[in-house]
Design a protein around this ligand. Structure first.
Ligand code: NDP
Ligand code: PYR
Ligand code: MG
Length: 640
């Protein structure tokens, strides 16, 4: 029923390079068994297919590989033997190596839907598979955004966007790039948080790679299952601290997927170079363990050596398979692993912890702007954090580094301007023995204090930063106290998603009588107060990581250095114009994010060259232009 051909189909195939998932997979895993086969009309007559070793050996009962007489122009029904095989018989999962016809329409990377031209419809066996009309990507984008706006429920918008990503990748990115301010809250915080919570229920098709304890000893094999070889950025989570929502186990996958879609839309990294990964070592979330729709391992989290061994195997396999220059972004790990992973792999791999380093860089950028708005230098301010974990201590350290650079003050001295409160109260010297290592630099001489308000009244901070993951902790009393000690208090409610935000924009402005300089991790709409409109900024690492990653990739950097974070902050702050200042904005609007990312990338790359960490030589003359020229475009390509 299937006849084997070789040379004929080599000459006759459409020349789009093969990218369909299963086929590249089979080609890589079964190079010996790869032969070309002619397949029936429903899959396009000139497509290449890949035949596995098993198929050649005749494991598909209904397929006679040696019978050359049965392929006809009329086609052969049940050619894969799926209908006739009984449930316990083996069936070969056929796949095509060159997308054409029906499979082309189902390949999100190449699909253009109704935008396929008449010529392409002829050349690629699409006749009849599409209705007659041909429309432009502009019209497609207009229709899609109109449809998405019809949904009232954010999660429905999220699902519509995910469906689009799986159907037509270029249209997805076109929509996201053109409507970034509207769609960022859909594909990213806050909606991505709800999507992760409900991931099991809304799960349709797997995205990214899942590496669980079951794959221990086989991680390299798992990486080989991914259809792309030229990976430049991996975002990896183990799902233990998803935004401020806690342990969501395997369902944390929504975060790497979302972050990587921003890498492409905001930073211009090609989608095929991005790989989302979730490491599943179990979950301690009882509700998920008892949820019949839960998609992850049903066991409590592995810790200690078992955890470290899987992570080490993963890190080793990634470097072995993708090389020294693949960027591994750690995302939403719990702090008891995050700091150790960064320290352990920082000197051997190109690693970046977004929650520690990306957040630090974005907040520092906002503070550099705020120092102009408030008319004070960083060294003039007193900083108080609610939350002393990854975000809190990461930001604190970068502020101290910047103060030290600005004033030549020793780092130790600069740190004394910064205070942190954790779940047990103010971090002070007398708690030193019991403190986790990342809190120790912040244990200053002071009497113990319980409660944020007491800490504010004692320390009289001018900058208050929320990074505890606990919502509604900046109460009216807290904001009013901040406004008592400073004419222009800086209040940053960083915790995500919106439900965990320390306060709303409206609360910050009204309780401070319009004097607060405010930004939040998740977006809030503008606020009217006493006839004036206040536009809150979004202090979110999404401003930094896409451009930061682009800078590393385009310079071929092999390690991340703190000075690169400072360089990224300066680049972001430099994009805030007088017009933005006038509106009290700490950050430039997201709608110019690609330009912002190009500047961040250029500054980061410059630093990589200065530090001797860049391997792409010679250094391009104009790094901003070079960054722009590297960026992915969602415009459709013409297929020959
Ligand atoms: N806007 C942005 O770009 C980013 C925002 N975030 C957000 O920041 C939040 C925290 O993230 P991260 O730092 O990684 O989390 P961590 O778990 O590392 O840190 C949380 C910290 O908050 C403290 N904490 C918890 N509850 C309270 C409480 N009731 N009162 C005082 N302190 C408390 C914890 O105290 P203890 O140490 O005693 O347990 C810990 O120090 C999350 O909501 C996350 O979404 C994170 C990264 C980027
Ligand atoms: C923004 C982000 O990285 C977080 O909330 O974890
Ligand atoms: Mg994060």
């Amino acid at each position: 029923m299937i006849s084997l051909h070789t040379a004929h189909f080599l000459n006759n195939t459409p020349s789009i390079s093969g990218r369909s998932f299963g086929s590249t997979h089979l080609q890589r895993r079964c190079p010996v068994g790869m032969v070309r086969v002619a397949v029936g009309p429903s899959f396009g007559r000139s497509t290449d297919a890949v035949l596995t070793e098993e198929a050649r050996e005749g494991v598909v009962g209904a397929v006679d590989l040696d019978d050359k007489s049965t392929v006809t122009d009329a086609g052969v029904e049940d050619m894969y033997g799926e209908d006739t095989a009984t449930e316990d018989q083996l069936v070969t999962p056929w796949s095509l190596s060159v997308a054409s016809g029906y499979s082309l329409l189902r390949d999100p990377h190449y699909n253009k839907g109704l935008a396929f031209t008449e010529r392409e419809r002829d050349a690629h066996y699409l006749r009849g598979l599409l209705p007659p009309t041909v429309i432009s990507q502009d019209i497609q984008a207009k229709k899609m955004i109109h449809n998405i706006r019809q949904y009232q429920v954010p999660l429905q918008k999220y699902m519509a966007m995910m469906d689009l990503q799986e159907m037509n990748e270029k249209l997805f990115y076109r929509l996201l790039i053109d409507n970034v301010e509207e769609l960022l809250p859909v594909v990213y915080t806050p909606t991505v948080g709800e999507a992760c919570q409900k991931y099991g229920s809304i799960f349709r098709r797997p995205q990214g790679l899942f590496i669980s304890l079951k794959e221990k000893g086989k991680v390299l094999e798992v990486l080989k299952n991914w259809p792309e070889r030229h990976i430049q950025v991996i975002v990896v989570t183990d799902g233990e601290r998803i935004l401020g929502l806690g342990d969501l186990g395997c369902q944390g996958m929504g975060i790497p997927v979302g972050k990587l879609s921003l890498y492409t839309a905001l930073g211009g990294i090609r989608p095929s170079a991005c790989l989302p990964i979730t490491i599943d070592v179990g979950t301690n979330n009882e509700a998920l363990l008892n949820d019949e729709f839960y998609i992850g391992l049903r066991q409590r989290r592995a810790t200690g050596q078992e955890y470290a061994e899987l992570m080490h195997e993963f890190m080793t396999a990634v470097k072995q398979f993708y090389g020294e220059r693949v960027l591994i972004q750690f995302e939403d790990f719990a702090n008891h692993n995050a700091f150790d992973l960064l320290a352990k792999y920082g000197s051997t791999h190109l690693v970046f912890n977004d929650d520690i380093q990306g957040t630090a860089s974005v907040v520092l950028a906002g503070l550099l702007t705020a120092q102009k708005l408030a008319g004070k230098t960083l060294a003039d301010q007193t900083f108080l954090f609610l939350g002393a974990g990854e975000a809190g201590t990461g930001i604190a350290e970068l502020i101290a580094l910047e103060i030290s650079k600005q004033t030549n003050m020793p780092l130790e001295e600069a740190r004394k301007k910064i205070w942190l409160v954790d779940s047990k109260g103010l971090i002070v010297k007398s708690r030193m023995e019991s403190l986790q290592h990342f809190k120790k630099p912040w244990a200053h001489e002071h009497e113990p204090i319980k409660g944020l308000l007491n800490a504010i009244n004692s320390l009289k901070p001018t900058v208050l930063i929320g990074s505890s993951g606990v919502g509604r902790t900046f109460t009216k009393e807290v904001v009013e106290a901040m406004a008592t000690y400073s004419e222009r208090p800086v209040i940053l409610a960083l915790s995500n998603p919106t439900s965990q935000s320390e306060c709303t924009a409206e609360e910050a402005y009204t309780w401070s009588q319009g004097r607060a300089i405010f930004a939040s991790g998740s977006p809030f709409p503008p606020v009217e107060f006493e006839g004036k409109t206040f536009t809150p900024g979004q202090a979110n690492n999404a401003y930094i990581f896409p451009g930061f990653g682009l800078g590393l990739i385009m310079s071929g950097a092999i390690r991340v250095h703190d000075d690169m974070l400072l360089a990224a902050s300066e680049a972001l702050a430099s994009q805030v114009t007088e017009e933005h200042f006038a509106k009290g904005l700490l950050y430039p609007p997201f709608k110019t994010i690609r330009k912002i990312s190009a500047h961040i990338a250029a500054n980061v790359a410059t630093k990589a060259y200065e530090l001797g960490l860049a391997t792409r030589l010679p250094q391009p003359a104009n790094l901003v232009k070079y960054a722009e020229s590297c960026m992915y475009s969602p415009a459709y390509r013409s297929y020959r």
